[in-house]
Ligand binder design. Structure first.
Ligand code: SF4
Length: 499
């Protein structure tokens, strides 16, 4: 039973009849179809998608699988079927094998209670040179699907979901990688299956805030507002940059700026003092493409204030955040940030000024708190210093500095969260939990943003080399243990306004 897809920000040019199928699926699901969607984009980066393929689709009305009965109309199953992509890129389900997930390279069976329908705005990726792996409930074993059951002479590919913001995934996709397979680009890969007429994924909605829900973006309105402001404020380089972020990269934070609501971005730094292996704004010698260009200038406090002040004065639940995906490390521009915060607070006391950072310079954070910084989010792939070191490859700072930056903000009465990169099978290792407990207890942090790590899971584990035989708690259990042991600590995905 073949089905489809998803809608996200940039599109491959897709033949109309397949687009119609997409639309048909979307309409059946009652999903919001934003008007004026750019189907072929002048700044689109095809090289980003040379290895993963977005999903042309078609209802294979003719595909009568003998096992079709399993998920036939009216019979509700609790075991999602494996989905795979055939040679033409159609996505099909194969009910003879159950959907499987993976954690730290170990294949597992997600529980029915861990499944949610594929969230609107998610995407499906076809994974090159990777065979889908499912669970054979008759033989009680995991096994790869080596060829297309409907065309045995033809190859198949594994399928993964890139799920929407506000959802934390519980399992990576289960697949067997062929030798010589290309690295997967910098996206987060989640297991996906087919159940009772729906794509399903093992994930939880970790944040009820709807600021990046796909259905909330009116692209025509955003385009109108962005073009109007960009022409009215031609001299403001930062605003011109954010216009491109909203209209070219589809950055949700930049789109919210031009819808005058919630959290707006204030990128400021072309340089960084870390070399994260999964950096999305600068990739050197990995053969991977950074998913967005880094800002190439340092805006002045006047340019920053001109973007921030109207937003803080007018937007509902207003937050402005230094530290975005399209820049390096904002703390390297601490003097500019301090002057900007003083200028902003000189004009308005409304809203929240937040800093997303790698936390490398706690002394600079102290000065920013004195200037009026209210909230900080420190990025961490792990609370275990050895794995933090291997991922961030920091220049002149360490995990200890990042930890201290959290404590500095707490000591100044501010709100502190961590941007915790989640990879099932690593994040839920027992020793990771013990280190996270220690970090929470020592710093008094307020919020853990459980964000899916955008990286090829096998490549990441190959570089960090954790002991994969170590006991894993399971992501669902880890979430409940955090809630149980630290009821005052929030779990979320976004920077909240500080009340
Ligand atoms: S801290 Fe941010 S900008 Fe710097 S290398 Fe890491 S991901 Fe890239």
């Amino acid at each position: 039973m073949a089905i489809v897809i998803c809608f996200h920000f940039a599109f491959l040019p897709i033949p109309s009849n397949l687009m119609d199928c997409k639309l048909e699926y979307a309409i059946n699901k009652g999903w919001h179809i934003p008007s004026g969607h750019p189907r072929d984009h002048k700044n689109f980066k095809p090289e980003l998608f040379e290895t993963v393929v977005r999903v042309p689709s078609r209802y294979p009305k003719t595909t009568k699988s003998p096992l079709h009965g399993h998920t036939g109309p009216g019979r509700q199953s609790h075991h999602p079927a494996l989905v795979y992509a055939d040679a033409e890129g159609h996505i099909l389900d194969w009910p003879a094998l159950e959907m499987a997930g993976a954690g730290g390279g170990e294949w597992q069976r997600p529980r029915f209670s861990e499944l949610v329908p594929l969230p609107e705005g998610s995407e499906l990726f076809l994974l090159p040179d990777r065979l889908p792996v499912g669970f054979n409930s008759a033989l009680r074993r995991f096994e790869p699907l080596a060829a297309d059951p409907f065309a045995p002479e033809k190859p198949v590919r594994a399928v993964a979901a890139f799920i929407s913001p506000a959802y934390t995934h519980l399992y990576s996709p289960a697949y067997r990688t062929r030798s010589g397979a290309p690295l997967l680009p910098l996206f987060a890969y989640t297991a996906v299956g087919w159940l009772n007429g729906n794509f399903v994924v093992p994930a939880v909605r970790i944040d009820s805030d709807r600021r990046q829900d796909f259905c909330n973006f009116d692209l025509k309105l955003i385009e109108r507002n962005a073009r109007r402001r960009m022409s009215a404020e031609r001299e403001n380089r930062l605003l011109q940059h954010l216009g491109k972020c909203a209209l070219t990269y589809g950055c949700p934070a930049a789109k919210n700026l031009f819808m005058n609501r919630w959290e707006a971005p204030l990128p400021s730094s072309p340089e960084c003092n870390a070399r994260c292996i999964g950096c999305i704004s600068l990739q050197e010698s990995t053969g991977l493409s950074a998913t967005q260009d880094r800002i190439d200038f340092v805006p002045t406090p006047e340019e920053i204030s001109a973007v921030a002040v109207p937003h803080l004065q007018e937007a509902q639940r207003a937050v402005v955040s230094f530290g975005q995906g399209c820049e390096g490390e904002p703390l390297l521009q601490a003097k500019t940030l301090e002057a900007s915060i003083r200028m902003i607070r000189g004009a308005t006391s409304r809203g929240t000024i937040n800093l997303n950072t790698n936390g490398s310079l706690p002394e600079a954070v102290e000065k920013l708190c004195r200037a009026g910084l209210q909230s900080i989010r420190v990025s961490m792939n792990s609370a275990r210093p050895e794995y933090y070191q291997k991922y961030f490859r920091p220049k002149g700072f360490s995990f200890e500095d990042a930890r201290r930056s959290i404590s500095v903000v707490k000591a100044n009465g501010g709100f502190a969260s961590i941007n915790y990169f989640v990879l099932p099978g690593f994040t839920d290792q027992e020793s990771e939990w013990l280190s996270l407990r220690k970090l929470i207890a020592e710093t008094g942090l307020d919020l853990i943003q459980m964000r899916n790590l955008n990286i090829d899971p096998e490549w990441y584990l190959d570089i960090l080399k954790p002991d994969l035989r170590e006991k894993k708690l399971g992501m669902s259990r880890l979430l409940s243990m955090i809630r149980q042991d630290f009821p005052h600590v929030r779990l979320g995905y976004f920077n909240p306004p500080v009340e």
